[in-house]
Design a protein. Structure first.
Length: 215
DNA sequence: AAGGGCAACAACCGCCACCTT
DNA sequence: CAAGGTGGCGGTTGTTGCCCT
């Protein structure tokens, strides 16, 4: 599962890491830390560029890196986070201890994306039904029921942005504050809705991104 | 048994933001 | 303020192994 080894023009090795290289890098970083990635290969005695060393360390050699399969719970977590913040792999990885952004990204592309694409197709079919009834969407209480049906507020906003109702709200934040005037905020979670406290870690960046998209 | 296609994953590449000088 | 260096991030590629015909 790796590339054939080769040497770059500046003498740096490319391709798969050998056990010996791993051992050298790991031993050095565990002893001295990663104070300067560009210099580390020289001091650690490996013919790799600093970037390559950093990647190897972050994705594979770090002591707390998990190497096994992703659990069902981790899958759900990735799907949920991705639905809210998109391809922010580093941010997602920060919430899954022991999983690197690269691993999560790969896992997404090979396993989870297909699942989401299929789900989107199903939602598009549902959206056609909503489009036919969108003329009746003119108050927040109706919007709440729509969100519950639609499963995803971002998708809902995208839908509404083409409707006259969208002009009534300057931002998704205003929309959501109108919709959820209690201290709780609804966000999507896989196939079911969950309730999160307003101002939650997840809702804030989500809404910020949301506004950035609109502006 | 062979080989073609696809899935899985490690690693590379380019870009960007931040920091230092 | 500008320029250069560095780390970090996300997209993409390349290789291997497995499965199916």
């Amino acid at each position: 599962m790796s590339r054939t080894s080769n040497i770059t023009k500046n003498g740096m090795k490319k391709g798969p890491w050998s056990k010996e290289e791993d051992d050298k890098l790991k031993a050095y970083i565990q002893r001295y830390g990663h104070w300067n990635w560009r210099e580390i290969p020289r001091f650690a005695g490996v013919s790799r560029c600093g970037k390559s060393c950093r990647l190897r360390w972050m994705n594979y050699l770090r002591p707390n890196v998990k190497h096994g399969n992703f659990t069902k719970q981790e899958e759900e977590q990735i799907l949920e986070l991705h639905s809210k913040i998109g391809n922010k792999w580093a941010t997602i990885a920060a919430q899954l201890p022991g999983r690197s952004d690269n691993k999560i990204k790969n896992y997404w592309h090979t396993h989870l994306r297909k699942r989401v694409v299929k789900k989107d197709d199903d939602q598009n079919e549902n959206k056609i039904v909503h489009d036919e009834t969108s003329e009746s969407v003119n108050d927040p209480s109706t919007l709440i029921s729509l969100v519950q049906d639609n499963d995803d507020i971002e998708a809902l906003w995208a839908t509404l942005s083409t409707e006259s109702i969208a002009s009534s709200y300057s931002s998704s934040a205003e929309l959501s504050s109108t919709m959820f005037n209690s201290s709780d905020c609804l966000v999507s979670s896989g196939d079911s809705m969950q309730t999160y406290t307003h101002g939650d870690f997840w809702t804030d960046p989500f809404l910020a991104d949301f506004d950035a998209i609109r502006s």
